[in-house]
Design a protein around this ligand. Structure first.
Ligand code: C2E
Ligand code: CA
Ligand code: CA
Length: 592
């Protein structure tokens, strides 16, 4: 619109005929300056005059506009904002601006960049009148909203992201809006998602996350808040519980819903969730506290074996505090030499001669010895396992060399290696330098790894195994039979030995099933030319069955528990005497 073609501005058919006439020219000037919305209102917002362009913009008939006030035209939730704006104009006398959405006749909405100023001309100070004009900024505002919306959304799943969750929590919880109404903050973590991502690729991983998100959403009410925080971490804030429902039931429903397989990329995938739950108000009044407590409960669910939900309780704090103090003790224990290695003999099943040993870590804590099952998982969590593990490797190699010098020549010593060590880029180097420093033959170091290590990160693991295999170090599969039943890795990876898990041996007398499994493992090993050690042999009867099935090597309390190095030497010396008596020779065999 140009100044040359001045639009018409017409006074509305006003209810009160005595209203003073408007100065049309002034309003027409404003319209000419491109403001499509131009009205003149009284102190209560009633429309006194309007430009034709306004009528066209909003789509209401002029007769309707004559009956209503400005407040009737804006979106209801913005009425207060408009009234505050007008109050400010009348109190300061200064023009004010704000972007406010207006209702259109067709139910749509227009965002107008509104300017409000005191109208000139005759008027009462207590009854001010306003000129209100506005530019259509709908497309800008929409764009802005879209951008803001996108910045608060996780692009993969379309759920809220961390930023929006935080904003929402601060707004509705910290500002007390939520007060009085109970709700649950649930932290959900997919168990073993990394494995799926690593083995099946990111596309499948992404598709799975989308499917998980969709199914989770179906468990919730429309206005429950639902966010994806990290790769496989979700938070939901559920505030709407049906009368007969409980948080327990909701969590159980979520766990159950996730148990059905997901059909992704033509494959059926199964996943499980670990869920931690904090309740408002009893577990915290602030969002940060609720999130922290839900997180703590989630980790506790993971510790308890995954695929379950745990409610926050103050006991969890105690457990965490204990773990922290244990961690501190561990650090000082490493410095003061509280850790040591004990050696459990591995014997020939027939001759009972000691051929090799497994090194097992012991921690002489000032308040009593701690079993490895109590401190290895913690050391894996806090990363200290890398330190302890490389120390164990150096100790074992040095011990082998020392025993060589003292006439005790073991075929090899097995050292347990945690999957976490395999993630450490310095791992293979630490193995090689331990071997080199001691001068032992690398084949006398056997690294015991679990099936889980092989499965977790097959490419990286294969690379490390090949490098160390080329160097001469050998590998045993520990706890064989307890992991995944996929045996193809026995061919894929350079493995020399399997160790039949104690659980099969302990029931071998009573359970025909376990006897069959042990027999199958033994024949599989023969076929693949692998050595076999049966672990946890405690009785002569168990030994007899294993011997009958031609298991070559045995480890267990029947012969000896793990012993400190001096006791191990003593044990070997006694065995040699016995075997000298029995077989006329005291040399120790090489297993492989
Ligand atoms: P593992 O590698 O399966 O070690 C065998 C476990 O069985 C040892 O428990 C051993 O003392 C026990 N055992 C041996 N013979 C018998 C038996 O006849 N009967 C019974 N009931 N138990 C027997 P330990 O020493 O408590 O070690 C537990 C686990 O801790 C080990 O299981 C291993 O996974 C881990 N571990 C031990 N030392 C280390 C280490 O230096 N590094 C790493 N990463 N893990 C270690
Ligand atoms: Ca072991
Ligand atoms: Ca084992």
């Amino acid at each position: 619109m140009t100044a040359a073609s001045k639009p018409t501005v017409h006074a509305l058919p006003a209810a009160d005929k005595n209203l003073p006439k408007l100065k049309d020219d002034r309003l027409a000037d404003i319209v000419a300056q491109n403001a499509a919305f131009v009205v003149h209102v009284d102190a209560r917002g009633r429309l006194l005059a309007t430009a034709e362009s306004t009528v066209a913009l909003l789509g209401y008939p002029a007769a309707y506009l004559a009956q209503v006030s400005l407040q009737d035209l804006v979106m209801p939730e913005h009425v207060r904002e408009l009234e505050e704006l007008m109050a400010l104009v009348s109190s300061t006398g200064e023009p004010q601006k704000a972007a406010i959405p207006f209702l259109r006749a067709d139910e749509g909405c227009y965002w107008l960049d509104l300017s409000v100023q005191l109208a000139q001309g005759p008027g009462d100070k207590n009854e001010p009148r306003f000129d209100v004009f506005g530019y259509d900024v709908t497309s800008w505002v929409r764009k802005e909203h879209q951008l803001r919306d996108e910045s608060r959304r996780d692009p993969l799943t379309g759920m809220s992201n961390r930023a929006h969750l935080r904003e929402w929590m601060i707004e509705s919880i910290d500002n007390g809006v939520a007060s009085g109404k109970a709700f649950a903050v649930m932290m959900l973590d997919l168990d073993g998602f990394k494995r799926i991502n690593d083995s099946l690729g990111h596309d499948i991983g992404d598709a799975l996350l989308r499917a998980v998100g969709k199914r989770l959403k179906a468990q919730l009410h429309q206005d429950d808040v639902f966010a994806r925080l990290g790769a496989d971490e979700f938070v939901l804030v559920a505030g709407n519980l049906d009368e007969s429902d409980t948080w327990d039931r909701l969590a159980a429903r979520i766990v159950a819903a996730m148990q059905r397989p997901f059909s992704v990329g033509g494959q059926q995938l199964r996943v499980t969730f670990s869920i931690g739950i904090a309740l408002y108000p009893e577990d915290g009044l602030k969002s940060s506290q609720l999130l922290k407590h839900a997180d703590l409960a989630m980790y506790s669910a993971k510790d308890r074996g995954k695929n379950q939900f745990v409610f926050y309780s103050s006991d969890l704090e105690k457990v965490k505090a204990e773990a922290f103090s244990l961690e501190q003790d561990m650090l000082s224990g490493i410095r003061t030499g509280e850790f040591e290695l004990h050696y459990q003999p591995i014997v020939d099943a027939r001759t009972r001669e000691v051929l090799a040993a497994e090194a097992l870590m012991r921690w002489n804590h000032p308040q009593g010895q701690r079993p490895p099952t109590a401190f290895i998982p913690l050391a894996e969590d806090n990363g200290l396992i890398n330190l302890l593990g490389s120390w164990a490797l150096r100790m074992v190699c040095a011990q082998l060399a020392r025993w060589d010098a003292n006439g005790i020549s073991l075929a090899y010593v097995g050292v347990n290696v945690s999957p976490v060590q395999f993630q450490n880029p310095a791992f293979s180097q630490s193995v090689m330098s331990a071997v080199r420093e001691s001068g032992i033959d690398p084949g006398r170091l056997v690294l015991e790894i679990t099936e889980g290590t092989l499965i977790k990160n097959p490419e990286q693991t294969e690379a490390i195994l090949s490098r160390l295999h080329a160097f001469g170090v050998r590998f045993a599969i520990d706890d064989f039979g307890t992991g995944y039943s996929n045996l193809s890795y026995l061919r894929r990876f350079p493995i020399s030995e399997i160790k039949i898990d104690r659980s099969f041996v302990s029931d071998i007398l009573e359970s025909g099933h376990d006897r069959a499994i042990v027999s199958a493992m033994l024949s599989l090993a023969r076929e693949l030319d692998l050595s076999v050690v049966a672990e946890g042999v405690e009785t002569e009867e168990q030994l007899a069955i294993l011997v009958e099935r031609e298991c070559q090597y045995i480890q267990g309390w029947l012969f000896s528990k793990a012993l400190p190095p001096e006791d191990f030497e003593h044990f070997v010396a006694t065995q040699v005497v016995i075997s000298l008596k029995g077989r006329g020779r005291g040399s120790l065999f090489r297993i492989f």
